[in-house]
Design a protein around this ligand. Structure first.
Ligand code: SF4
Length: 110
């Protein structure tokens, strides 16, 4: 291990225990050091798994009060509309927001 360690980090046996300084002592910000310049962070897609246009349903109702609202539980909760089940992806694009005004397919929970 010592030979590999010497090759990778170029420090000597008498430096045992010392961490190599890969930045020559300079502090490098995360965005400067790890992202290519000019490259933007990928945006999360907007939830758009609604059955029809949100806001076209009964006044004051939301997806959260609809019988088609489903919660998929893994380490987090994922809110989906059961009417769009065939188009569900394993991503945020097929999610819905619980507080979104109801669409015209809204039906109350029994
Ligand atoms: S109101 Fe109901 S049917 Fe419409 S998108 Fe929301 S959960 Fe689906």
């Amino acid at each position: 291990m010592s030979a590999i360690h010497l090759l990778l980090f170029d420090h000597h046996e008498d430096d045992a225990g010392a961490q190599p300084d890969l930045c020559d002592g300079a502090r490098v910000a995360y965005s400067e050091g790890l992202m290519e310049p000019g490259k933007k962070k990928r945006k999360e897609p907007r939830p758009q798994g609604y059955a029809t246009q949100p806001g076209t349903g009964p006044e004051g109702e939301t997806c959260g009060s609809c019988k088609y609202h489903e919660v998929i539980r893994y380490s987090k909760n994922y809110h989906k509309c059961a009417l769009t089940r065939g188009t569900w992806t394993h991503g945020r694009a097929s999610d819905i927001l619980v507080r979104t005004p109801a669409c015209s397919k809204w039906e109350g929970k029994e």
